[in-house]
Design a protein around this ligand. Structure first.
Ligand SMILES: NC(=O)c1ccc[n+]([C@@H]2O[C@H](COP(=O)([O-])OP(=O)(O)OC[C@H]3O[C@@H](n4cnc5c(N)ncnc54)[C@H](O)[C@@H]3O)[C@@H](O)[C@H]2O)c1
Length: 456
């Protein structure tokens, strides 16, 4: 482990004075504070220079593609010029939403052939990410590709190769990794704030039909308005099925289940914070408990993951859970647990809980202290804060903005992104292997550094 990266308790204790200083400049916040709780505001300078215009196109203009594009066009100097989608209704919506003059098409290669387009956002279902990403980079476009980067574990290396060969900027869309919350958690982890990491857990709970992929199907959905043949051209051939098109997450030909949709966000953040490459052993269990709507994927999924020791962290265990039949709908968290504390991490907040000062009534311990010359071992101690809350300042534009801004800054400066193809593959792989483990009813073994599936 490189010395400067070693989580060190001393550096955390030194930095904690900064939190105390922040408390002093934010007295208003202190009124709302609980006893033994400190509070620090996380800030981001959002200055962006638009020194040259970047023309973008969106490929896959559904929910997330549209949300990404709304964020992208807020960034100074970024202009949307074209949109591609396989459903005509999305193309009509795009003209209404952004600009009636944008070029629209069902054929993504028409987008890639346009010399005026510098970068594309890929918001298609998962089974199209790899092909379009590779084609786009070879056509000279920078790529922002939604998560999970790939639909199957076998697809990752070709994207990494295309990125290396073309030198184009390639960012995967797990936007949390660029957030103030993840950034603060990384800093705290490195400073030793929770001591030695031994366990992490993450959870997603959902319940409402729209949350669990029962999306509305447009009244005009038909083989005339949807280019079904192109949609299934890289997977199993089937007759037109509107559910398979508009509720694609429920079917393994197109989606990657709960793990590919949600666990991948938790892997991305966990890897960012800890510097990890990923787990070595993956085991999943679960079942279809409620949503018997024809879906091929479970609605309750549990995954356990063994992370080996490496230069950045000790060995630890991870437990991830996702429940689509959960009455507490809306609950989600990522928690890192160490020998001296734990932290709950979100995109705009980190709650750090620390152990109290060690005080023991163990007679052996007291005797040891007396022998060491401590004549007053039962004297009360000063207590450190039990809980420190780090929260983004009001008006923070959030992880989605930071992540998109990171992409365009890398294009402008010929720089690096936070979530390149290698990072994206290392986050997607354990999620995809979770699905493989579930269907095979067997643990999967992975070499996270070399990114190779291990045979047992
Ligand atoms: N980062 C996040 O927080 C986040 C959130 C939601 C979704 N996503 C990801 O975004 C992607 C899209 O998800 P969504 O919820 O927006 O789905 P969606 O169904 O709302 O949108 C997908 C769009 O892609 C179009 N499409 C399908 N195949 C295409 C092709 N070959 N070429 C062009 N267009 C095509 C569809 O017609 C549809 O309009 C998925 O990979 C998903 O995992 C990421």
């Amino acid at each position: 482990m490189k010395e400067k990266e070693t989580p060190s308790r001393r550096s955390f204790l030194k930095n904690i004075t900064a939190a105390t200083a922040a408390m002093a400049v934010a007295p208003g916040l202190m009124a709302a504070e609980k006893r033994n709780q400190a509070f620090e505001i996380l800030k981001r300078g959002n200055s962006v220079s638009a020194n040259n215009q970047i023309n973008i196109a969106l490929i896959g203009a559904g929910g997330q593609g549209a949300a990404d594009t709304d964020v992208a066009v807020q960034i100074p100097g970024v202009k949307l010029v074209a949109v591609c989608d396989l459903y005509d209704g999305r193309l009509a919506d795009a003209k209404k939403r952004w600009n009636a003059d944008i070029f629209t098409t069902r054929v993504y290669k028409e987008i890639l052939n346009r010399p005026d387009i510098d970068a594309v956002i890929i918001g298609t279902p998962d089974h199209w990410h790899q092909t379009i990403s590779i084609d786009a980079m070879h056509a000279g476009k920078h790529v922002y590709c939604e998560k999970p980067m790939v639909h199957s574990i076998l697809e990752g290396p070709a994207i990494i190769k295309a990125q290396q060969e073309t030198g184009k900027v390639f960012q995967v869309g797990s936007q949390g990794v660029s957030s103030l919350g993840n950034e603060k958690a990384k800093e705290l982890f490195r400073s030793g704030a929770i001591g030695q990491l031994n366990y992490a857990e993450g959870f997603w709970a959902r319940r409402m039909p729209l949350e669990v992929w029962q999306y509305p199907i447009p009244a005009d959905a038909s083989p005339k308005t949807v280019d079904w043949e192109t949609y299934i051209s890289n997977t199993n051939k089937r007759p037109f099925d509107e559910k398979r098109f508009f509720r694609w997450r429920n079917y393994t030909d197109y989606g990657t289940g709960m793990a590919g949709d949600l666990f991948v966000h938790l892997f991305s953040s966990l890897h960012l914070v800890t510097g990890s490459y990923g787990p070595e052993k993956i085991y999943a269990s679960g079942g279809l408990r409620f949503w018997n709507d024809g879906r091929e994927v479970p609605d309750v999924l549990l995954g356990t993951f063994d992370y080996g020791q490496n230069a950045m962290h000790p060995a630890f265990n991870l437990s991830l859970r996702c429940n689509f039949v959960d009455g507490t709908s809306g609950t989600t968290y990522l928690r890192l647990v160490g020998s001296e504390g734990a932290m709950d991490i979100t995109w705009d907040k980190v709650v750090l809980k620390r152990n109290k000062v060690f005080a023991s009534d163990d007679p052996f311990y007291l005797e040891k202290l007396r022998k060491s010359g401590d004549t007053n071992p039962v004297r009360k101690k000063m207590m450190p804060p039990e809980e420190i809350v780090y929260e983004a300042e009001k008006g923070y534009l959030g992880g989605p903005y930071d992540h998109m801004n990171n992409f365009f800054t890398a294009i402008r400066n010929n720089g690096k992104v936070i979530e390149d193809a290698t990072f994206g593959y290392r986050a997607a792989a354990p999620a995809l292997l979770c699905n493989d483990s579930y269907y095979k009813n067997s643990p999967m073994f992975w070499d996270p550094e070399k990114m190779i599936l291990k045979k047992v």
